[in-house]
Design a protein around this ligand. Structure first.
Ligand SMILES: C[S@@+](CC[C@H](N)C(=O)[O-])C[C@H]1O[C@@H](n2cnc3c(N)ncnc32)[C@H](O)[C@@H]1O
Ligand code: SF4
Length: 358
């Protein structure tokens, strides 16, 4: 099986912290979408589709007719596996009863809503277009149409204290979404935030992270990856494909793919993309690259990695290949029989081990 990622690089307005490939002028929407449909139609596979993720940008910021047309093309062109997970990202202020209904009818079965915070003061600082009242109303509306909803939240925001974060977590849980992503804000170079704010104190960042883990666990959300929490059975299948090294094909501006050990990357230049050039980079991953990816992506997940599976996939002993790094950082790991995973300290300091693996 294979998964599909589809990139929609438009937003209502660019947020002040965001360095995603997003926020292109809406004038490009019609020509961009036709280039996207062409790219999809030109791709051939006889594999069934395990999951689809329509991300961005903000896919819900383009008229819903474009999303319905996209879903029609996917349905005609591919064979979806039973229970294929089809997610779409949305911004609260763009959701209406009408487009929610259309998204559902088009086949989308999981909605990921970018809430970030329920605190109006913080939403303003972030440069978000919605306020917390709108987020609450739109989540309630979305629940009438979707039984699989994710809320994206961010912490470690400028001027945010532990109490603010606790309140956002409480409000998120009140709506009983099936899945919650909680990201620590990264202040990215080149964004307006970079010139204005310093990252918050590291120990406050960690306190907020532990608060999320503890509070979400108490409310029935199991952490399955560094930033992701889900009710039983609602782990995002699409993300698991990335972390478990499965094949996926990305369509659209800047989209990445992993197919038969080739890492492909689409152009980030919208004019080039619209003119019909999609893939501009093709790197073959050799066995060594794949072994590193297996360990790094696998350790991001709380279940960790299996020594036997490593042996099975690569015909090599994980201790022979990475024994030095594993021994050096044994204080970050729980090694139990066949299983290797991070302990709490390891999740915080994962990059130290990852850089030794690389
Ligand atoms: C493509 S956006 C989701 C959909 C939509 N664009 C939105 O923001 O509402 C993916 C998520 O990445 C997270 N994110 C974006 N920029 C980030 C940053 N600089 N640091 C941490 N998380 C970030 C946000 O939680 C955001 O919802
Ligand atoms: S965070 Fe989301 S809505 Fe904001 S600019 Fe980035 S992609 Fe667009």
């Amino acid at each position: 099986m294979i998964s599909l990622y589809i990139h929609i690089p438009f937003c209502v307005r660019k947020c002040l912290y965001c360095d995603f490939l997003s926020g292109f002028s809406s004038e490009y929407i019609p020509i961009y979408m036709s280039a996207l449909y062409k790219e999809i139609s030109a791709f051939k596979t006889d594999k069934k589709i395990k999951s689809v993720f329509i991300g961005g940008g903000t896919p819900s910021s383009v008229e819903s007719k474009y999303i319905s047309a996209l879903m029609d093309i996917l349905a005609k062109h591919f064979v979806f596996a039973d229970n294929c997970e089809i997610s779409m990202e949305a911004n609260p202020c763009t959701l209406t009863e009408q487009n929610l209904d259309e998204y559902k009818k088009s086949g989308i079965n999981r909605l990921s809503i970018g809430v970030q915070s329920f605190d109006d003061r913080l939403l303003k600082i972030l440069g978000r277009v919605h306020d917390s009242e709108t987020a609450k109303k739109k989540i309630a509306a979305a629940k009438k149409y979707f039984v699989n909803i994710n809320l994206d939240l961010m912490f470690a925001l400028p001027e945010q204290n532990l109490n603010d974060w606790q309140k956002t977590l409480e409000t998120a849980v009140y709506f009983e979404p099936e899945h919650i992503s909680a990201y620590s804000l990264i202040i990215e170079e080149g964004t307006p935030f970079y010139d204005k704010y310093e990252p918050i104190d590291e120990s406050l960042d960690r306190e907020m992270y532990y608060k999320a883990k503890e509070f979400l666990a108490q409310n029935g959300y199991k952490q399955y990856e560094i930033s992701n929490f889900a009710k039983q059975g609602f782990e995002c299948r699409h993300n698991l494909v990335y972390w478990q090294g499965g094949d996926y094909k990305g369509f659209g501006l800047g989209a990445a793919s992993l197919i038969n050990s080739h890492r492909l990357k689409n152009t980030e230049n919208i004019r080039e993309y619209i003119n019909g050039t999609a893939v501009t980079e093709d790197i073959f991953l050799d066995k060594e690259d794949k072994m590193k990816e297996f360990v790094i992506l696998g350790l991001r997940c709380t279940d960790g990695i299996s020594k036997a599976e490593f042996k099975n996939r690569f015909d090599a002993d994980i201790y022979v290949v990475f024994g030095e790094a594993i021994k050096k950082h044994s204080d970050l790991l729980i090694i139990n029989g066949d299983n290797i995973r991070f302990n709490t300290k390891g999740i915080d300091l994962s990059n130290i081990l990852f850089s030794d693996i690389i």
